[in-house]
Design a protein. Structure first.
Length: 94
């Protein structure tokens, strides 16, 4: 059963707690100069991934700029996940 979170911030907080407990170094990316960059950068054992958090009700939609940035990051060979659900986050980080 998936845990329910009332908003994106609550989901993100739980995901960051899980990831740090699983040995990931987690940075919240404040993209004040580069709009569209995913919310989190996770690093562990030479692996790097970007995480874009979206509202846990599943209705969060990527902006055009976010889509463009995700394409650029993936073309550079780096993993990007768009996360609406805690259980999905756990699967991609274990």
């Amino acid at each position: 059963m998936s845990l329910q979170y009332k908003n994106e911030a609550a989901l993100q907080k739980a995901c960051v707690k899980f990831a740090t407990g699983a040995g990931w170094l987690v940075y919240k990316f404040d993209s004040s100069t580069t709009v569209g960059v995913p919310d989190l950068i996770l690093m562990r054992d030479g692996d790097i991934m970007f995480i874009e958090m979206k509202h846990p009700n599943g209705l969060g939609v990527l902006s055009k700029k976010q889509c463009a940035e995700i394409v650029k990051i993936r073309r550079a060979g780096t993993t990007v996940h768009v996360i609406h659900d805690y259980e999905v986050f756990k699967r991609v980080t274990t």
